[in-house]
Design a protein around this ligand. Structure first.
Ligand code: MG
Length: 395
């Protein structure tokens, strides 16, 4: 009997708190696999080109990835890899269903039964990027920059069992001359870090606190913020400066009294190689739905391990992408936690038939074929960005 082959590749963009492009691969025998891409322009077009290349072929993931990378232009870095990441996960899902094995088994086997998750709490207010608004507009500056609100959200996450929480130190636009400013003095440095001090006082050491800088600072300002954050014993300070200049990141890391985490904007092993080899990060924080897929994440994790650099995973995905991250994370030796961005989105769990996959701050990958969760197509379609895509997605 001949092996089943790839029949189609489709994508549906779901409007969650971020856009979630969900990829669906169907085989000639009717088996279906799902994956998720990090949002970005042109994903649909890239997947169409990939489909032309892999249609009619067997699910040999190593070969298919090389084929796509060789023939789709600009696949070295950038958004082509967002598309490849979602497609690759869908291929792993369907491969798992073909073989009866969970993805973590296909990736070499797990070293942990459950994967820690950390709750991203922003700046004391929720985020809804797909509404076209930033959180400050959404929540009002007064609500967002209010220490009671920070503490309330910290307690909410701790009540759900999270052992790690993350807050932003974004400067309110009202305090900036233009939204592109990066250099700030102590007036602003003290203001944005004061909320973290308030949280630490309230929660003591019952939870670890991470901080996200969103690439918003100059090198000296980032160092000044890091020094303030050291007073509150934060677990990491993420993305203090823009991501393109690894030497600048390294300078911050060398002068920062708190650990520096970065990597969510980087692609492929080739970009992480410079970050890791220059020892510019204490913790790497890759985005698996963007960087090129689960195999690429494994390669990056192996290189990081050579430098004793732990891995955490940036994640703004639906439960589909999140579960893909759980599978690969369960196979990584030195791993911290996967991000969860959707504490404010009540229907996040409904995207899969299994419901809420996070329990007491952990996700446990199930011993089921593939991802081990099934997309709830009804919910995905209900929140689809484009009804034209829905028709095609359903086939
Ligand atoms: Mg971040």
């Amino acid at each position: 009997m001949s092996e089943p082959t790839i029949k189609s590749v489709r994508v549906l963009t779901v409007m969650g708190n971020f856009e979630w492009p969900i990829v669906k691969v169907e085989l000639s025998n009717g088996l279906i696999g799902y994956g998720e891409c990090h949002r970005g322009p042109g994903i649909r077009e890239i997947l169409r080109r990939a489909e032309e290349l892999i249609k009619g072929k067997e699910v040999n993931i190593e070969y298919l990835l090389r084929l796509i990378r060789k023939h789709v232009p600009n696949s070295e870095w950038g958004v082509v890899n967002n598309a490849i990441s979602g497609l690759e996960t869908a291929l792993w899902d369907v491969k798992g269903k073909l073989t009866g094995l969970p993805i973590y088994e296909l990736l070499g086997g797990k070293v942990r039964d459950r994967v820690p998750v950390y709750a991203d709490l922003h700046a004391g207010a929720g985020i809804m990027e797909t509404g076209g608004k930033r959180w400050v507009e959404l929540a009002g500056t007064e609500v967002a920059y209010n220490v009671e609100n920070y503490i309330k959200r910290a307690r909410e996450a701790m009540g759900m069992g999270f052992k790690y929480i993350k807050f932003d130190v974004d400067v309110p636009e009202e305090m900036m001359e233009t939204e592109f400013d990066r250099a700030f003095g102590m007036r602003i440095v003290k203001f944005v870090t004061s909320f973290i001090g308030g949280v630490r006082d309230a929660v003591k050491y019952d939870v670890d606190i991470m901080i996200d800088g969103h690439w918003a600072f100059s090198v000296p300002t980032a160092i000044a913020i890091a020094r303030e954050l050291a007073k509150y014993d934060v677990f990491w300070f993420e993305d203090p400066v823009p991501p393109e200049n690894i030497d600048a990141m390294r300078e911050v890391r060398l002068k920062s009294p708190v650990p520096i985490a970065t990597g969510e904007k980087l692609y492929r092993l080739s970009q992480f190689r410079e970050l890791i080899e220059k020892e510019a990060a204490d913790i790497i924080h890759p985005d698996v739905q963007r960087l090129g897929g689960l195999l690429e994440m494994k390669k990056i994790a192996y290189l990081a391990e050579e430098y004793y650099v732990p891995v955490a995973i940036h994640n703004i995905s639906s439960p589909i992408g999140t579960m893909a991250n759980v599978h690969v994370a369960s196979t990584i030796g030195d791993f911290v936690a996967i991000e969860w961005h959707a504490i404010d989105l009540p229907w996040w769990p409904d995207m899969v038939r299994e419901g809420m996959i996070i329990k007491d701050g952990y996700i446990t990958p199930q011993k089921k074929p593939g991802l081990g969760v099934e997309l709830n197509e009804r919910v995905a379609i209900e929140h689809a960005k484009d009804q034209g895509e829905v028709k095609e997605f359903l086939g």
